[in-house]
Design a protein around this ligand. Structure first.
Ligand code: CMC
Length: 428
C-alpha cells in the first residue's frame, strides 16, 4: 500500500531518510536531520517562495491553472454577482455568510467607526501638496496605532474585533482625505446614511451640495471591484501582514507594512503602471512595436502575468464587464482601444502563450478608476481599502494558529570567511 511519506537518499553519505507528507507537503524542518557534519542540516532554498507554503489557511482558494478563485468556498463570480463588499468582508473574516441580524450589526459597526481623530487630519495637512496618497495612507494607518494603544492586546478577541471595525471603517476616510489633500480641497467627512462605497465616493467627490448622492452604477461598480480585491491568499502584501504580524506588533502597524508592500509596481501598483504604459504607447497603431520591445526584454507588458494564475485571471473577466457599465455612464475611456489591441495581440503571440501570460486583475481596473475621475496615484489606494479585510483575516488566522512562529527565514551564507579588521591606513 502506498505510504504518505517521502524517502530521501543522501548521496553524500548514502544515508536514507523517510519524512511524512501531510496535505501534499513535507515540513522543511524535517530536512534538517539530513546532515554530513553535526551542524549542517539540509535547508530548502526558495527565493520568492516559489514552492514553499508558509501557512495552512481556510480563507481563499486559488487554482491558477484553471483560473479559479473562491473565498471560504464561494466562487468569486457568485459573490461579485450576488453579494456586496461588507457582506464579503464578513464572510472572509468569520468564515460564514452572515445572517440578516449579523450583517446589520456588522454594517452598523463599520459605518460608525469611520471618523478619524482630527490630529490625523493635521498630520495629513503636513504632507506636501503632491505627496503620493499611498505614502499618506501607509503613514496615517501606522499613526492610528498611537491613537489606539489597546490594539497591542492582540490576543484579546474583543480588542481584535474593535481594531477590525476601525481599520475597515477608517481606511476609506484616510484615503478620501489623502485625495482631497492632493487637490487642496476641504476634507469631506463620512456620511453614515450612505453605503460603504457610496460614502467613499462622497468623501472623494462631494463639493458644495448639502448631500452627496452617489451614482448607483458607479457605487455598485466600486463595490464589485472591492469584492474582487478583498483577499488573494498569500500574495506579497498578505505575506508582509503575516510576517510583520508574527512579531506580535499591533494590527495598524502590520497593515501599514502590508500597504507598503502593496505600493510596489509588481503588486498593487500595477494598475497605475498599466495606465502609464497605455499612455506611453499612445495609439493602437503603436501596439505591435511595443509588444516587440517587451519580447526583446525592454520592460514588461504591465497587467499581464501572475505568479499563481497561468490562465485568465477570473477577476479580469468580471472587471471587463464592469468596465462596460462604467463607460456607459462616464463615456468610453479612449485608452480602452489600446488595451484591447494589446490583449488581442498578446493572446495570439507565442511569447505570451508559452509563458502562460494572461491579463490579470490590474489590466482593466485602472481604466475604470480613470473613467470614474480618479488620478493614477489613487489606484493602489483603491486596492488597499478592500484588501484590508483580507489582511486582517489572514493576520487573525496566523495569530490563532499554534503552528505559527515569528517569521524568520534562513539564509545561505556565501560571504567572506572570518578576517581581521584592517586599519584605514592599510586599506587598498
Ligand atoms: N510581460 C512580459 N514578460 C513577462 C511578464 C510580463 N508582464 N510577466 C512575466 N514575463 C516573463 C518573464 O520575463 C519570464 O520570462 P523568461 O522565462 O524568458 O525569463 C517569464 O515570463 C516568467 O516571469 P517571472 O518574472 O519569473 O514570473 P513571476 O511569477 O515571478 O512574475 C509577475 C509574476 C506578476 C511579477 C509578472 O508576471 C509581472 O511582472 N507582471 C507585470 C506586473 C503586473 O501586472 N503585476 C500585477 C500582478 S496581479 C496583482 C496582484 O495580485 O498583485
Amino acid at each position: 500500500m502506498a505510504s504518505e511519506t517521502l524517502t530521501i537518499i543522501d548521496n553524500r553519505t548514502g544515508k536514507k531518510y523517510e519524512v511524512p507528507i501531510r496535505n501534499g507537503a513535507i515540513k522543511a524542518t524535517d530536512l534538517f536531520q539530513i546532515k554530513v557534519a553535526e551542524d549542517d542540516g539540509l535547508v530548502s532554498y526558495d527565493p520568492g517562495f516559489m514552492n514553499t507554503a508558509s501557512c495552512q489557511s481556510k480563507i481563499t482558494y486559488i487554482d491558477g491553472d484553471k483560473g479559479i478563485l473562491r473565498y471560504r468556498g464561494y466562487p468569486i463570480e457568485q459573490l461579485a454577482e450576488k453579494s456586496n463588499y461588507l457582506e464579503t468582508a464578513y464572510l472572509i473574516l468569520h468564515g460564514e455568510l452572515p445572517t440578516q441580524s449579523q450583517l446589520a450589526d456588522w454594517t452598523h459597526h463599520i459605518t460608525y467607526h469611520s471618523i478619524i481623530h482630527e490630529n490625523i487630519k493635521e498630520l495629513i495637512d503636513g504632507f506636501h501638496y503632491d505627496a503620493h496618497p499611498m505614502g499618506i495612507l501607509v503613514s496615517t494607518v501606522a499613526a492610528l496605532s498611537t491613537f489606539y494603544p489597546g490594539a497591542k492586546k492582540i490576543f484579546d478577541p474583543q480588542s481584535r474585533r474593535d481594531q477590525t471595525y476601525r481599520l475597515i471603517s477608517k481606511m476609506p476616510t484616510l484615503a478620501g482625505f489623502a485625495y482631497r489633500h492632493s487637490l487642496g480641497l476641504p476634507y469631506s467627512y463620512p456620511d453614515n446614511d450612505l453605503s460603504y462605497t457610496g460614502n467613499f465616493l462622497n468623501m472623494l467627490f462631494k463639493m458644495t451640495e448639502l448631500k452627496y448622492k452617489p451614482n448607483p452604477v458607479l457605487e455598485r461598480a466600486l463595490d464589485v471591484l472591492f469584492i474582487l480585491h478583498a483577499d488573494h491568499e498569500q500574495n506579497c502584501s498578505t505575506n508582509a501582514m503575516r510576517g510583520v504580524g508574527s512579531s506580535q506588533v499591533d494590527p495598524y502597524s502590520a497593515v501599514a507594512a502590508a500597504a507598503a508592500a502593496l505600493y510596489g509596481p509588481l503588486h498593487g501598483g500595477a494598475n497605475e503602471a498599466v495606465l502609464r504604459m497605455l499612455m506611453a504607447i499612445g495609439s493602437k497603431a503603436k501596439v505591435p512595436e511595443f509588444i516587440k520591445k517587451v519580447k526583446g526584454g525592454e520592460g514588461r507588458l504591465m497587467g499581464f502575468g501572475h505568479r499563481v494564475y497561468k490562465n485568465y485571471d477570473p477577476r479580469a473577466t468580471i472587471i471587463k464587464q464592469i468596465a462596460d457599465q462604467v463607460f456607459e455612464v462616464k463615456g468610453r475611456n479612449p485608452l480602452l482601444d489600446i488595451a484591447l489591441e494589446l490583449e488581442r495581440i498578446a493572446l495570439e503571440d507565442g511569447y505570451f502563450i508559452q509563458r502562460k501570460l494572461y491579463p490579470n486583475v490590474d489590466f482593466y481596473s485602472g481604466l475604470i478608476y480613470q473613467s470614474m475621475g480618479l488620478p493614477m496615484d489613487m489606484f493602489p489606494v483603491l486596492f488597499a481599502i478592500p484588501r484590508t479585510s483580507g489582511w486582517i483575516a489572514q493576520w487573525e488566522e496566523m495569530l490563532t494558529d499554534a503552528d505559527q512562529k515569528l517569521a524568520r527565514p534562513k539564509q545561505i551564507y556565501l560571504g567572506a570567511e572570518t578576517r581581521d579588521y584592517v586599519p584605514m591606513e592599510k586599506r587598498k
